[in-house]
Structures are given as C-alpha cells and as structure tokens.
Design a protein around this ligand. Structure first.
Ligand SMILES: CC(C)(COP(=O)(O)OP(=O)(O)OC[C@H]1O[C@@H](n2cnc3c(N)ncnc32)[C@H](O)[C@@H]1OP(=O)(O)O)[C@@H](O)C(=O)NCCC(=O)NCCS
Length: 314
C-alpha cells in the first residue's frame, strides 16, 4: 500500500471512485468543477494506492478557498467496499494527511434529517466516524440546514434598529468580538478555547471576506435612539449561492428578539437583489438562532454533520 497525494495523471482513476451510500461525496461533476475553481487541489486529495495494480483503494478530498493557505474541510471519504478493514485504511489515510497538513481539518457530511433512522445513511456515517475518530476527529456536531425561498414574504425593515455599512474591517472585528461572548455557537466556543478573542474575531472576519459574497453587504446594527451597537448582520454567499453568512447580538441586548431584526435585514438584503433562495446553517444546540430561522420562514431541510478535533488535544 502506498499513501500519497494525487497528481493530475490520477484524474481518470479519481473519477472512477464512486460513493454509493446516500451521503455527500465528491462526485465527478463536483470534482471536476472544484478542481477547475481551485476549491479542490490535487495536492489536497490523498490516496491509498495498491502498489501492484495501481488501483485507488481509498481517497480523501479536502476543500479550501481557492487562495486558501490550508485545507478547511474534508468533503469526501471513500474506501473501496471490497477492502476488508475500511475503518483501518481510512484512519491511516487521514492520519498521514493530517501530519502533512500540520493540522486536522473538519469533516463535513451532508445528510437528510432522518439520517439516524435510515440504516443506509447511518451505516455510511458509522464507519467514517469511527475512522475519523481514530485520526483525531473526535468531536461531533449536528448543524441544521435551513433555506428561505422567494415564495415567502420579504420582511419589513426594522423599526428599532439602524443598519449601516463600514469599510473598516476593524469595526467588524470589534463587533464580532463582542458578539462571541457567551455564544452558543460550537465552532466559536471551540476556537476561543485556544485563541485570543481578538485573533479569533479577526480570523472570522478574514474567512467571511474570503467568501464569494460582497463585502459591501455587511452591516452593523445600532439602536434608533442612540449609537449603541446591538449586533452585526452579514449577508454573504458561498459557491452554491446566497447564504445568511453571520449574525449576532451583543450580550447586553440579548433576549429582546433583536435576532429577528438582524435576520430580516439579511433576508431583505438578498431579496432586494432578486435572490430566489437563501441558505443558512446553525448548530442544533443554538436554540435561539434555530427558532429565529423558523419564525422567519426558513425551512430546515437537511443536516450537516461536522466532525472535528478537540482543540485541547495534541
Ligand atoms: C443567537 C443570538 C443571535 C440570539 O439573539 P437574541 O436577540 O438574544 O435572541 P432572542 O431574543 O430570540 O432570545 C431568545 C431567548 O434565548 C436567550 N438567549 C439568546 N442568546 C443566548 C445565548 N447566547 N446564551 C443563552 N441564552 C441566550 C435569550 O435570553 C432569550 O431567553 P428568554 O426567552 O428567556 O428571554 C445571540 O445569542 C447571539 O448573538 N449569539 C452569538 C452569535 C451566534 O450564535 N450567531 C448565530 C450563528 S449561526
């Protein structure tokens, strides 16, 4: 067995790897379009190759921003069904890739809401989760996937808040930092275990800047009567189209339903540009956010399962 990164000459064999297990995977169209856009790169696809036949026995594919210095998330883990120890081979492949990357990117799996009760999907997740866990991705998070479609009414502007843009990224760094205090968002909480709050806010702002959404859409929300910051609202987009991006309320203003005003502003911002569909994710445990999506006519249609490393583990 040889473990190595892919090269261009592997393309035909890469396209021949098929995941037929009812979960998300890097299917041929996705593989080709993301290799073209730079979201996938041959040197961020790892393979376990049979030395005698040259056949690919396992394949792991990581996603990154086209100009990203590091792979951000694993998108697909394939092991040929005929391999006796699928978990062992996958774990070895992931461990080698993580060592080469110098970190353990998350693994994102897209599933239906009923995945735990669907034996095919549950089995597909089970062996992958065991392999990922052996390679250090021990934390499990379920994110609810929402979508708003243009057949819903466009919300009215807030009567309580004033929204304005700001060209200075530092204004957003300061707002992100305040909003992160007491957050129920797992990724932010995990990042704050090891990172200084300003560095964490700056990294988030940088990541949102790397997304295809326009920077000029970002808004800070203040009270009508004064200049008090209430929160942030970042309509954005990813490769699949418009997304909610990020929103948050500073701790002093929580519990007054301002989340509805911020989400409405994001929905309005996209709707005014004629958008037909807006997507969003939130953690299953972020109940105030999930409820706000439901109040605003967003429909939970799927799950994103995120497996990640414990930030305190070596
Ligand atoms: C999620 C968030 C925007 C909700 O804002 P909000 O305007 O306070 O929401 P609501 O007013 O609807 O709050 C509903 C209830 O949840 C409680 N709540 C809101 N945020 C909470 C938090 N972070 N921790 C604990 N409870 C919270 C409120 O106090 C309120 O409780 P009550 O009904 O007993 O009064 C806010 O918590 C936040 O900014 N979190 C950090 C950023 C974040 O998670 N963004 C979403 C990423 S997808």
């Amino acid at each position: 067995m040889r473990f190595r990164t892919a090269v261009e000459a592997d393309l035909d064999r890469l396209l021949g790897c098929v995941v037929d297990e009812s979960i998300s995977w890097a299917h041929p169209d996705r593989l080709l379009s993301y290799l073209e856009s730079g979201n996938y790169r041959f040197d961020r696809i790892w393979l376990a190759v049979d030395e005698e036949s040259g056949e690919i026995l396992a394949r792991a594919v990581w996603w990154s921003f086209p100009d990203g210095a590091h792979p951000l998330a694993m998108d697909c883990l394939y092991v040929r069904p005929s391999v006796g120890d699928r978990v062992g081979l996958a774990a070895e492949l992931l461990s080698r890739a993580h060592t080469a990357f110098g970190h353990r990117p998350e693994y994102h799996i897209f599933l239906t809401n009923a995945w735990r009760d669907t034996s095919r999907q549950a089995a597909a997740v089970s062996w992958r989760q065991e392999a990922a866990g052996r390679a250090g991705l021990t934390e499990e998070l379920e994110r609810l996937r929402y979508e708003w479609t243009a057949d819903e009414a466009v919300p009215a502007p807030s009567k309580r808040l004033v929204f304005r843009g700001d060209d200075d990224d530092e204004a957003f760094v300061a707002a992100f930092r305040r909003v992160a205090v007491g957050t129920l968002d797992f990724a932010t909480r995990q990042a704050l275990v090891t990172m200084d709050p300003v560095a964490q806010a700056r990294e988030d702002v940088r990541d949102y800047r790397s997304m295809p959404g326009r920077r000029s859409w970002w808004r800070l929300a203040h009270t009508q009567d004064g200049d008090e910051l209430v929160g942030v609202a970042l309509p954005s987009a990813n490769d699949a189209g418009p997304v909610v991006g990020y929103l948050g309320v500073v701790p002093e203003h929580r519990g007054r339903g301002y989340v509805d005003d911020l989400l409405a502003e994001i929905t309005r911002s996209h709707a005014q540009r004629g958008v037909q569909r807006i997507r969003a994710d939130t953690d299953r445990g972020n109940i105030p956010m999930a409820r706000a999506f439901e109040r605003a006519g967003y429909r939970n249609h799927a799950i994103r399962l995120v497996l990640s490393a414990d930030p305190t583990a070596t």
